[in-house]
Design a protein. Sequence first.
Length: 492
Amino acid sequence: MTQASDPASTRPLRGAERQPTRPLPPTVFVLFGGSGDLARRMVLPAFFELAQRGMLPEEWRLVGAGRRAVPDEDFRARVYETLTEFGPSPEDGPWEEFSKRLRFAGGGFDKTDPGHLLEVLGEARGELGVDPQYVHYLAVPPSTFAPITEGLVQHGLAAGARVVYEKPYGTTPESFQELDNLVLSLLDEDQVFRIDHFLGKEGTQDLHVLRFVNELFAQIWSHEHVKRVEIDVPEELDVADRAEFYDATGAALDMLVTHLFQVAAEVAMEPPASLTPTDLQAARESVLASFRPLDPERDVVLGQFEGYRDLDGVADDSTTDTFVAARLWVDTDRWRDVPFLLRTGKRMARSAQRVSLWLRTPSGPIAGVPDNGNVVSLSLTGSGSLDICLVTKEPGPDLVLTRAQTTLDLKHVPGGTPLPPYVSLLHDVLTGDRSLFTTSDGLAGAWAAFAPLQERPPPVRPYERGSWGPLEAGVLAGPDGWLLGQTAAERA
């Protein structure tokens, strides 16, 4: 089903209370780790797409920064190769104009040695003719966050700047707190952009509109009508191309305490006073603080796909989890006693990114109503889609009930063009909008809920490649099973 909308009635919701958009000031975007994998796969393609869409400042420079000295022309050639491989294609333009603004500064960077960065930034400042807005993007290993941040302050690059930190922002509650204390001793909170790209997804943002604007959903968004919530992100992907990194991380640390907890907070938050950054972040922080600490023995299943230890870079006796399923409880009046079932893993039966609310079966005059006939499910993949499962009558003379589903593919909603997550979040950094970025207090709540799992991890269970994970994950979900793939009948 495709639903038309009235473009004349639409208006921007997020940040709608702000003043009208002003032209962006001249900006220098410093990309630490400019030759790294994250920069190649995510950041540089997103930056080029901003250029294609005319969403960059009128005057800007992008300076890649790294240890090795790379001539500007070589860096431009590498960016061209990156865009050719990962898109958008440089042949679609505006490559010539874009490439003229790319620079590279080698020699490394920390508080004792700025390498060549100050020299290159001085040249960029001279070309722009004014003191620019600095945006520092740390697409580097977390171990370098602290020395780079100290370097920005030491070398006069922090005042008024915006600093973007990739995940993981800490790897334990203690390391998170140590890093955050250092960062906030050197920068103001409103300068800090802790990125979680799941918050930048169109589908995640649609959660706000779905429940806050539509009375149909606003009135059912609580334990009175919802019996469980699923946040399910299975992946067919392998980890062979980053096995060494993954073996030191695992699914729970890579996905659960970051993406899945943040999406759970988007579902569970109380309606904010407005969708301004301050109010939206306050609502997110409040519900994260209400996450009950995980009970590893009762509420968590860890798994590892068969053959994982055969990958290059993985120890023969590795116990790293490539799968995690968790039952999270949110201790608020709205969600008390409603389980939030979270699942993600590698080498699973199919890939999906889905948030589903299972509604309770109403009492009424009709007997034999199918269980779990009412489900509201939102896909976070791509532009997103909304699936609604209903109980209906089969056509014919008898009263026979059946399930039916209708789908609204959000890419067909007129009046706008969806932005990929990194494009959306990079634009928010450039405009200074922190609505979709995590905060210090919010992350503290997430780490507090996650801590027992790190302290007392359950055994890691094996599962077959191409399956839905360990059988114990089906038991965790209860008699209803999971919406995707693992029903009670399939487990029987």
